[in-house]
Design a protein around this ligand. Structure first.
Ligand code: FUL
Length: 696
């Protein structure tokens, strides 16, 4: 070959090679997750176990004074906890090794307040060991919850406690195998036993724990462990205990502004920040029952399938992981009712995501980085999480269309960013081509690791993702489309002050119910109008769509005596809201000079009372105000001579503002009840959504 020809061939080869070489990957938009955070995020759904000495005293928080002898599970089976978690599709499980009571589920060398002084296995047992073994057996990752607040330890509040806390952490991190996450609760400081001092100890949450050095220690022992708290550093609280992340959820956090347990965290930081300086993704925690610990009185309040599915979509589907709690009961087992609901939930998640209707379907985009197939649209539905669609650096607004190859019924759209290169998307929309016309299905803000949109079913031939705004060129690794089976909402059961029970469902939907405690079926009473139930009544009901022949799960509500004859001694016309059997209406009481509030109820006749219940203001998400944290409850038959029936705290009510039931421990006969809010977590007022007495 002549030199000239050779040169030409060489140049052509160079040109071809150059033309075919894909452009470099987009530059990362900082901050980005590290490899441990990515592995953690991919765990998506894992479990929590709340079990401690306060399980045996029926409390949400142990005070630190319950003798270790009280810890005595009768049928303890740690493998059962882990097995049910595994069967539900959980990828890991976190155990409350030490909750606020200070009681340790492992025989810590550094305290006597542990299972080693309990009757369980004659003090020779080690729950943490059994837990670690079971996690290994079932292939689940293991996590530990170690409460920074310790209401038993005499030195809590002094520097000595920090050494104790670190020693315990060392035991947990070194003696039992790999720990995927450590959980540092923001609830700390307050009253407690403290080795017999029995006093209130507030700590400066910002400085007392010297987190910097504790984190350093954890990193040295176990670099892969995700450290969780309000302030991360690796993962953070989602700001509520409902299991709900937010439609806008950034995995970025202005981390240096945050410290664990800061009062303004939930309101200000829990959604993350677009301009966050560190990668600290959200974890949504929630219990399968109202409380975190087991209470027999909540056996009929295990969350319905519909509720659990809603939680799934609002956590995993909104750029967060889901940490679902299973309380362990006094037998040492996860209760049958919880297992039943958990199994239904796991089966439903499987069904919802059974057939990805977008998988490997033709896809194209309005722009593809360098025109190269390396960044092409089909990377989003090729089943490979490491490939992605990306655009040129200067192209932010772009669309990607997937051809469903024929009219297809769909109601879910799942999309993921390739977070290894940062969270970028600020606004996006989804369109569907229906009968040849494009219609917008939804418009949202963030995507992050995973975003799942639910919408009413449409029959579409194509779906399209439009990126409207982003920090830099979009990098999308996955898109899936589903036709999830439709669930019918359970009926809303309510009773008014007059004792009339009614149900609320969507138009065209029937309700079948029972009032005798049995499960209803299609032969049970069909609801047509409200009915009176003045005595203690358990109402069970389900919704039924007669056209589609679909049933909801069974909703259950347990009512005590009706409040027909009750009167509140107050001039405020809203006072009745505290006794109208509805959580939706509130009675706000101004605090008096001593910071207390008082509610005086006339029950109309003397009743045998077993206890009372206080329900603070309710909200689906976000903060509520006016929460009573400490109370006294007095009773009387003549409104003059009062007897103390109970005094104490509503544990964890600020973070989890649910109905708090208090037992008097005996039966007291009284016509008048005085509920005093001794301490109210609000500057001006206490809010009472409902006040109940317990007679059954
Ligand atoms: C809260 C604690 O106070 C609760 O008892 C529970 O452990 C929950 C997960 O975190 O802040």
């Amino acid at each position: 070959m002549q030199l000239k020809t050779m040169t030409l061939v060489f140049m052509a080869l160079v040109l071809i090679t150059f033309a075919c070489t894909p452009p470099p990957a987009p530059e990362a938009v900082l901050p980005i997750p590290n490899e441990h955070q990515i592995a953690w995020q991919e765990m998506e759904f894992y479990g929590f176990i709340h079990f401690s000495i306060n399980t045996f005293t029926n409390k949400e928080w142990g005070y630190g004074d319950t003798p270790a002898e009280m810890f005595n599970p009768t049928e303890m089976d740690v493998r059962q906890w882990v097995r049910v978690a595994k069967e539900a599709g959980m990828t890991g499980i976190i155990l409350t090794c030490k909750h606020h009571s200070g009681f340790c589920l492992w025989p810590s060398e550094y305290t006597e307040y542990s299972i080693k002084n309990s009757p369980w296995k004659d003090g020779q047992g080690d729950i943490m060991r059994e837990f670690a073994d079971a996690c290994k057996e079932y292939g689940l990752k293991m996590g530990v919850y170690l409460s920074p607040w310790d209401r038993n330890y005499a030195d809590y509040g002094k520097p000595e406690y920090i050494t104790y806390f670190r020693n315990q952490l060392k035991e947990l991190l070194t003696n039992y195998g790999d720990v995927f996450e450590v959980w540092f609760d923001g609830a700390n400081g307050g009253d407690g036993y403290y080795g017999g001092a029995d006093e209130t100890r507030w700590v400066d949450k910002k400085s007392y724990y010297d987190w910097e050095n504790t984190i350093k220690m954890i990193r040295e022992i176990s670099p892969s462990t995700i450290i969780w708290s309000d302030a991360g550093p690796d993962a953070r609280w989602i700001g509520n205990e409902h299991g709900y992340a937010y439609p806008t959820t950034w995995s970025l956090l202005l981390r240096d502004e945050v410290y664990g347990g800061m009062p303004e965290y939930a309101k200000k930081y829990s959604m993350g920040q677009e301009n966050g300086t560190h990668w600290v993704p959200g974890e949504a925690d929630v219990s399968i029952r109202p409380g975190w610990f087991y209470h027999k009185s909540e056996d009929n309040q295990v969350k319905t399938l519909e509720h659990l599915m809603d939680i799934y979509y609002r956590s995993v589907g909104q750029n967060s992981t889901l940490l679902l709690n299973l309380p362990v009961d006094t037998r040492g087992l996860v209760h049958e009712k919880d297992i039943e609901q958990l199994q239904k939930f796991a089966a439903q998640v499987k069904l919802d995501f059974e057939h990805n209707l977008a998988e490997k379907k033709p896809a194209n985009a309005t722009n593809t980085r360098g025109g190269s197939s390396k960044y092409g649209a089909t990377n989003t539905n090729d089943g490979d999480k490491h490939t992605y669609w990306a655009t040129d650096d200067d192209v932010i607004q772009a669309s990607l269309t997937i051809d469903l190859e024929g009219p297809t019924r769909i109601n879910r759209f799942l999309v993921q960013e390739y977070i290894q290169l940062g969270q970028r998307i600020k606004a996006f929309s989804v369109e569907a081509e229906i009968d040849g016309e494009w219609k917008t299905i939804d418009e949202q803000t963030t995507i992050g690791y995973k975003r799942i949109l639910r919408f009413d079913p449409v029959v579409a031939s194509k779906v399209r993702l439009n990126i409207i705004d982003a920090k830099a060129c979009p990098v999308i690794s996955n898109i899936e489309v589903y036709n999830a089976p439709l669930l019918l909402d359970v009926p809303m059961i309510s009773r008014n002050k007059e004792g009339e029970v009614s149900f609320k469902v969507a138009d065209g939907v029937d309700v079948f119910y029972t009032t005798n405690g049995n499960d209803p079926d299609l032969n049970s009473a069909k609801y047509s109008e409200s009915f009176v139930a003045n005595g203690p009544t358990i109402v069970k009901a389900f919704s039924y769509d007669p056209v589609a022949k679909r049933k909801s799960s069974i909703a259950e509500k347990s009512f005590d005596i009706s409040k027909k004859e009750w009167v509140i001694k107050s001039k405020d016309e809203n006072a009745v809201n505290a006794i109208d059997d509805s959580f939706k209406t509130n009675y706000a009481i101004e605090k008096s000079k001593n910071g207390k509030v008082e509610l005086l109820v006339d029950l109309g006749e003397p009743l045998d009372l077993k206890g009372f219940a206080y329900t603070p203001q309710q909200a689906k998400s976000g903060r509520v105000s006016g929460i009573v944290t400490h109370y006294t409850c007095m009773v009387s038959n003549d409104e003059k001579n009062w007897v103390l029936a109970s005094k104490g705290e509503f544990s964890n009510i600020v973070n989890n503002p649910i109905r708090a039931e208090i037992s008097f421990g005996k039966i007291v006969n009284a016509r008048f009840v005085k509920f005093v809010g001794e301490n109210v977590a609000d500057k001006n007022k206490a809010i009472i959504a409902e006040f109940d007495v317990i007679t059954k």
